[in-house]
Design a protein around this ligand. Structure first.
Ligand SMILES: *[C@@H]1O[C@H](CO)[C@@H](O)[C@H](O)[C@H]1NC(C)=O
Ligand SMILES: *[C@@H]1O[C@H](CO)[C@@H](O)[C@H](O)[C@H]1NC(C)=O
Ligand SMILES: *[C@@H]1O[C@H](CO)[C@@H](O)[C@H](O)[C@H]1NC(C)=O
Length: 419
């Protein structure tokens, strides 16, 4: 998620300037303690990263206002949310000039009746907390998943191999190319690629006239003080990432294949830098004329505040910069498949996460988050404290989001051979 600098981080920065002590705790799994082993390299690295973050970029802070040049780091420190549109200033412009109302609720293209109850329930019995536990440990062992860092590249390679192993475990090696599930790196001008898992629907006639279904999260993390500092990103967005890995794994394990829409899992790079990865993907899909029917973003899915432990579980349903029709559909899924969850409508602001890149070009997108915005994990994210081994990090909460993700996928893409 993209957020202003938290008050806590700000005060620790002010008090302990130039370098707050908690920012110097390097993860034990980092190859070396950079400062101690090589002060010169360490400061050289700070310097080059500072040059980088102090280069002006073309930013946009709402759909209505024109983009302007500013310094991303300073915007973040001032708590201003933005999309960095330097490389994609054209995205969505024609749409805004014509009719921005294509996403209205009036004629929802989404089913008003759910049709795969037994199959979805079967997938849900297969969703467990074991995979997310193992995966979050690994994902947070990289010192940072900053999109321009070597460890950000390393974490992406690890994620790619994990996704490939899940696919390989459930796909015969002699399958025809037209039915083959692929895991591909969508490369960028920086080292960390976005990742795309593509699952073809069995009915090619239907799939060629329908658009894609996408479920997504972002794989990068950031320490808001300076990118050089550690950023475990367990909640933002390690949680959404392991949520999506688990929904993919459980669907594969229970033999699901989409019937009438191709489905993709997207793991975006560089969300924290101003939605750079998702904008590049959206721009490519628009250019190639790839039609997308629905996109659902998962960014921060683990946090349950201590004081809410005894209340029914809550989920934040984001209502700004999303499609009302798809959001209504998501609420319907919750009502049917997770009736114990209290959906709470909430706003997150401009460019809050990658769904905004799709909304901008008129694609129906939705965004669900761990709680209403004000009760999210705002004190820990973007700092060294965004770890998984504390009482407010809930794998049960993650499992609810994996269930929502798998229900979304099955109800919109079908289940081959079930009817
Ligand atoms: C999910 O299903 C697979 C295949 O039937 C099975 O091997 C696995 O144990 C199941 N996992 C859970 C958590 O139920
Ligand atoms: C495939 O989809 C097309 C278009 O929706 C439909 O007419 C056809 O009956 C489907 N084929 C099968 C085998 O279900
Ligand atoms: C969309 O429609 C649903 C169901 O009719 C309604 O509950 C919801 O409030 C509507 N949302 C908006 C933004 O109009």
């Amino acid at each position: 998620m993209r957020l202003p600098l938290t008050i806590l981080a700000l005060s620790s920065f002010a008090l302990a300037s130039p370098v707050p002590s908690d920012q110097l705790i390097f993860s034990s799994s980092s190859p070396a303690t950079p400062f101690l082993s090589s002060p010169i390299n360490f400061f050289a690295s700070i310097w080059s990263n500072s040059i980088d973050v102090l280069t002006p970029r073309l930013v946009q802070t709402s759909h209505e206002t024109a983009p302007y040049w500013d310094l991303p780091l300073l915007l973040r420190w001032r708590g201003i949310k933005f999309a960095d549109v330097t490389d994609h200033a054209e995205l969505g412009v024609s749409l805004l000039q014509s009719s921005p109302s294509t996403l209205s609720n009036d004629s929802s293209p989404f089913p008003s009746k759910l049709s795969y109850h037994d199959q979805v329930k079967h997938v849900h019995t297969n969703i467990s907390t074991a995979g997310p536990r193992t995966n979050i440990k690994h994902l947070t062992s990289f010192r940072t998943r900053y999109y321009k860092s070597q460890t950000g590249r390393d974490s992406q390679v690890w994620l790619r191999d994990l996704l490939q192993s899940i696919v390989d475990a459930h796909q015969p090696s002699d399958i025809a190319d037209s039915s083959r599930i692929s895991v591909r790196e969508f490369t960028h001008d920086w080292v960390q690629s976005s990742l795309i898992v593509h699952i073809p629907a069995t009915n090619r006639t239907a799939a060629s006239s329908n658009g894609l279904v996408i479920v997504s999260s972002h794989q990068d993390s950031v320490n808001l003080l300076l990118p050089i500092f550690p950023a475990p990103g367990a909640d933002d967005d390690g949680s959404g990432t392991v949520t999506q890995i688990e929904s993919l794994r459980a669907l594969m394990a229970t033999g699901w294949r989409p019937e009438h829409r191709d489905v993709e899992w997207h793991f975006y790079s560089a969300e924290e830098a101003g939605l750079l990865g998702s904008q590049a993907v959206v721009s490519d899909y628009v250019r190639r004329g790839v039609k997308v029917d629905a996109m659902s973003q998962f960014d921060m899915t683990a946090f349950v505040p201590t004081e809410a432990k005894d209340s029914p579980p809550a989920m934040g349903i984001v209502t700004d910069f999303v499609s009302p029709a798809l959001t209504t559909f998501n609420k319907q899924l919750l009502h049917s498949y997770l009736p114990e969850v209290q959906p709470i409508e909430t706003k997150c602001g401009y460019a809050c996460s990658d769904h905004a890149s799709w909304t901008k070009v008129g694609v129906h997108s939705a965004f669900t988050i761990e709680n209403e915005f004000a009760k999210c994990n705002l004190k820990r994210i973007h700092t060294t404290r965004d770890v998984w081994d504390h009482d407010e990090y809930s794998f049960e909460h993650i499992a609810r989001f994996s269930k929502l993700s798998s229900a979304f996928v099955v109800e919109l893409s079908g289940w081959a051979g079930s009817k």
